[in-house]
Design a protein around this ligand. Structure first.
Ligand SMILES: C[S@@+](CC[C@H](N)C(=O)[O-])C[C@H]1O[C@@H](n2cnc3c(N)ncnc32)[C@H](O)[C@@H]1O
Length: 271
């Protein structure tokens, strides 16, 4: 009940929503300090064609489908030799996967939650990734300093998403790519396409991956439910079940009935 109410509040709009998201993301690493919990996305079940094109992952790894969300997104940006930025890196596991398996020239993770950045610095020490605290709408980086920007299930929470897109264009080099996955309603996708176009980015791929995410949610349900029971404090379980998008959550229901769509975008800054 409380979980569902809070979930509705963070899905509302404006500065209140931004403050609630920040409070939530600052709180998670404090109440869930588990060093092996590296991901906060709903997971992705790859197709056979993707497995053939981009390779397979070790399915015995903890949260492998959340890792797959990154793998099959970042692979589309052909990361090798590139300077990569992730905006909204959370607990850092996705960028770590990219750094360890895709040979970028450099990898930088940005997040506005100080506790998430502290978690990343502690738990991914020794991995060649630089974790930085900062806001997606005012990034602490010079113009044209990256070849690829990753954004995983994060930008729906930004107060001014048009400004975020302008920032992406500023920090990308000509020819650079934005690769993004997110979940939102169609009425909320339309403005994003407009902001991409206004900022001069060319959309090269726009795929509805809702069915892959629903499949991941359903396949991961027993593991996730057991994990929440074991590791999440009882007073946070209701809220957490909504955030984690378990079977029966509002998120799962709305993905299945088509009210919201999970999409993947690849956009290029013209050379
Ligand atoms: C759902 S989590 C996803 C984390 C990570 N990408 C993953 O897939 O595991 C969203 C992340 O975006 C970050 N975030 C939200 N608003 C942000 C903002 N305005 N600037 C930077 N990071 C932000 C949150 O702190 C959180 O870590």
């Amino acid at each position: 009940m409380l979980g569902s109410l809070l979930f509705k509040l963070v899905r509302s709009s404006g500065g209140v929503r931004e403050r609630l998201w920040k409070l939530a993301y600052e709180t998670f690493p404090r109440v869930l300090p588990d060093a092996d919990w590296w991901f906060m996305n709903y997971g992705y079940e790859p197709t056979d064609a993707e497995r053939a094109t981009y390779g397979t992952l070790d399915e015995s790894l903890f949260q492998w489908r959340s890792r797959a969300m990154y793998h099959y997104l970042a692979a589309r940006a052909h990361i090798e030799g590139k300077e990569v930025l992730e905006v909204g890196c959370g607990r850092g596991g996705g960028l770590r996967h990219v750094a360890e398996t895709m040979r970028p020239a450099s990898a930088t993770g940005l997040d506005f939650a100080a506790s998430a950045v502290a978690f990343c610095r502690k738990n991914h020490a020794g991995i060649p990734v630089n974790f930085v605290e900062g806001n997606s709408m005012d990034m602490p980086f010079s113009d044209e300093s990256f070849d690829a920007v990753l954004n995983v299930e994060s930008c729906h929470a930004y107060r001014d998403q048009a400004q975020f897109i302008r920032e992406v264009v500023r920090v990308l080099r000509p020819g650079g790519q934005l690769v993004l996955v997110d979940v939102r309603a169609q009425w909320n996708w339309d403005p994003l396409y407009e902001w991409l176009s206004e900022a001069g980015l060319e959309v090269r791929e726009n795929a509805d991956i809702t069915s892959n995410v629903v499949a991941a949610i359903e396949l991961d349900e027993p593991t996730k439910r057991a994990l929440i029971k074991k590791r999440v404090p009882f007073w946070l379980r209701g809220l957490f079940t909504e955030f984690a998008g378990n079977v029966g959550s509002q998120l799962h229901e709305r993905l299945k009935n088509g009210e919201i769509q999970y999409r993947r975008l690849v956009a290029i800054k013209p050379a």
